[in-house]
Design a protein around this ligand. Sequence first.
Ligand code: MN
Ligand code: MN
Length: 273
Amino acid sequence: MSPVPVARLTTRHVAFLGVPWDAMSSFLRGAAGGPAAVRRALASPSANWTTESGRDLAAEERLVDAGDVHVGADASAVEAIATQARAVLATGARVIACGGDHAVSLPLVQAHAALHGPLTVLHLDAHPDLYDTFEGQRFSHACPFARIMEAGLARRLVQVGIRTMTPHQRAQADRFGVEVMPMDVWPAAPLVLDGPVYLSLDLDVMDPAFVPGVSHHEPGGASVRDVVRLVQRLQGRLVGADVVELNPSRDRDDVTAMVAAKCVRELIDRLLE
Ligand code: MN
Ligand code: MN
């Protein structure tokens, strides 16, 4: 995954974009270390770059590293992330973004919707992230999908793996027409989604047994295989994706970073189709 400046990106490319921003985390900081940890895990000699479909990403010239977005500490980062993502997308390249906490998904979805129009957003998470505000903050990592729905950036929001639905967020989900699939009805059949699809993967959708390196351990979650299978079998035109909420400061022996890297590889495989 060689570094390529934005000016040299083309429609052929899938660009890895790091978004090291965790200022909107409500409980623990640390997710800003996510992009560096995922790059290390991708490059680790303990594994290889081949996807389960048999595509060797080490030999894939269309996969490039577009570097990290330079973000400040405050909510101005939302605009900085959107601007950088729009610049990458304007080249025709597709983006696989790596957070950061889930607050990074608002500007990423803004940039994709600016190019494609309203999206079908597939959101994998233990948490609905639909708070109107959280601890006084409208751009908290607990709020991005409220902002996305208010702005009309998504025609459909499909949430999978949810297991922390509060009454307030239930009301928000009803208000916005969110299609919520709680964890206990994890889809057995391939998801069939119309329109341009954006996939947002919060690693805590998986059980903390698989992903100790996240800020919010929410028991009773999915397995790595559940998530990989959902990605591999998804039917729809995937136009972009993010993987968020890796917190390396909580990780154990890089196991969560390796899970994140695997999910990134499988998503890249779909974006290269
Ligand atoms: Mn989330
Ligand atoms: Mn979550």
